[in-house]
Structures are given as C-alpha cells and as structure tokens.
Write a protein that binds this ligand. Structure first.
Ligand SMILES: Nc1ncnc2c1ncn2[C@@H]1O[C@H](COP(=O)(O)OP(=O)(O)O)[C@@H](O)[C@H]1O
Ligand SMILES: [Mg+2]
Length: 264
C-alpha cells in the first residue's frame, strides 16, 4: 500500500492546554480512516493542523512524500486536500449550484469573494465549472436540485451540498468533520453509502465521527484520540475491544462499576 499522508509527531498547544499531543498517523492511498474520541479530544484541531489553519508547535506532515506542514491553507488545498466543517458552512441564500461552484475556487489565492465576482467575467471557465458541479451534484444524490436555495434544503441535503463543494476540486484526500451530526438513522446509512461511493472513485477519506457504530462498519481503520493523545490505531474490531478506548468513552469509574456488576 502506498502512503499518501504521513503525519509525524504533531503537537498543538493553546495557552496551557495541549490539544494535540505528539500524534502520528499514516493514511494509505484508498483507505477510509475514522478518527474518533470524546468531545474535546482534539479531533477538529487535528484537521485544522492538517489543512494549515493552525501551525503545529512540533511535528511535520508529508503528503505524497512532500513536506506540507508550514504551507498556507490554499497551498495545501492545491496539493489535493478538501474538507467539510463540523458546523455546516454554506452560503444559505445562494443556490445549491453556486455553493458547489465555490469549491472550484477554493484552490485559488484570490479567495471566496474574488472568486464569486470573477464568475461573471470568466465565461468559458464558468461553463466548465457548471458542468463539473452538476456532475458532482448527481454523484452525491442531488440531481435536479441545483437551482434550490441552499438554506431551504433538509439538513442531510445541506451536508451533501458541502460534500459536493469539497469534491468538485477532485481532491486526493477528503477530510469530513462529523458528516452525520444531527442526522437520523436513515440519513446516516445514506451518508455511509455516499462515502463508500466517493472512496470507490479513488478518493482517500479521513472522517471524524461520534457515531461509533457507523465508523466500525465503514472504515478500514480507526484512530482514537483522548485528551490530545492517540490511544489506539488499528482495525475497527480491535479498537472497540481495546479497554483504553472503552475507558476513554465512558470513564474509568464506570468501567470498574460495570465490570464489577457483570462479575457479580
Ligand atoms: N482556537 C482555540 N483556542 C483555544 N483552545 C482551543 C482552540 N480550538 C480548540 N481548543 C481546545 O482544544 C481542545 C480540543 O478541541 P477540538 O479539537 O475542537 O476537540 P474535538 O473536535 O475532538 O471535540 C478543547 O479543549 C478546545 O476547547
Ligand atoms: Mg470537533
């Protein structure tokens, strides 16, 4: 297996708090990796370091054997990174299509507003962008919804628009921060199927999830963060049987209480 992303010993300190503590992780080409852990474990901070939003206090990141830590977010995006955010970030008054088109300009230095302004003047590029955006909307299951106002869509469909926006630049690596947050069981199933489809098209995926059942079923590998430290990294069945992981989730006291209850 070819390693796509190699994270070596990254640490991020906020004031007195070590949010990410000496974490290493390798993502191989074609994998789906789940990143789990209790609230405040440092998962989102970890993504923010990968995408260049935060500079790590220590450690380095290699993407396709090239050093990317220290690069600016748009430079990292240019290497083939895309992400979605924990809180949906759509231009709610804009159409679905416009929101997806924005993803094509993520890579440029001009930034969001300059990109939107440039749309009207760059006709040929715009045609190509629209074609590509419609193709991606169909992939994520939003066929025929391109003219809808984004804010009027169901929560699940707004998440799909975000993913479409992240995919339109054809990333090699897709980072999803809690893609199923706020979804019902049926929407979670659909999201799993969508992630599988994206992965089958050749995109490596790392997703942060609170839904453990979903990631156990979906992922090739799970990494667990607790208080900024990686406490497990293995295949899903192994990870959920790991006592340190169970303890991180429900607390040491409860583990002892439950095991003594079971033993008696
Ligand atoms: N910009 C920031 N400044 C200070 N503290 C932060 C910042 N971002 C995150 N943190 C803190 O870092 C810890 C990890 O947060 P986060 O990465 O959001 O956790 P998770 O996504 O696993 O729930 C938390 O204690 C959080 O309050
Ligand atoms: Mg988070």
């Amino acid at each position: 297996m070819r390693s796509l992303l190699k994270i070596e010993g990254i640490t991020k300190i906020f004031g007195g708090l070590t949010a990410v503590n000496d974490v290493s992780l390798t993502a191989n080409q074609g994998e789906i990796i789940g990143l789990i852990g209790p609230n405040g474990a440092g998962k989102t901070t970890f993504f923010n370091i990968l995408t260049g939003i935060y500079k790590p206090n220590a450690g380095r990141i290699l993407f396709e054997d090239q050093l990317i830590s220290g690069m600016k977010p748009f430079q990292i995006a240019n290497q083939g990174f895309s992400r979605t955010f924990q809180n949906i970030r759509l231009l709610k008054e804009k159409s679905v299509l416009e929101n997806v088109q924005v993803g094509m300009f993520r890579k440029t230095k001009a930034g969001l507003w300059a990109s939107i302004l440039a749309l009207s003047s760059v006709k040929k590029e715009e045609q190509e962008t629209i074609r590509k955006s419609l193709e991606i909307l169909s992939l994520v299951g939003l066929d025929g919804m391109d003219e809808e106002i984004s804010g009027s869509l169901s929560y699940g469909n707004q998440r799909r628009v975000e993913i479409a926006r992240a995919l339109v630049s054809e990333p090699k690596l897709l980072l999803l921060d809690e893609p199923t947050a706020g979804m019902n069981a049926e929407e979670v199933e659909e999201m799993s199927a969508l992630i599988r489809k994206i992965n089958a098209n050749g995109t490596t995926v790392i997703l942060i999830e609170h839904n453990v059942a979903m990631v156990v079923d979906l992922c090739d590998r799970l990494a667990v963060l607790d208080h900024g430290v990686k406490i497990a990294d293995a295949n899903p069945d192994e990870v959920i049987a790991n006592p340190a992981v169970i303890e991180a989730y429900i607390g040491k006291d409860q583990v002892e209480e439950v095991s003594s209850f079971v033993e008696n």
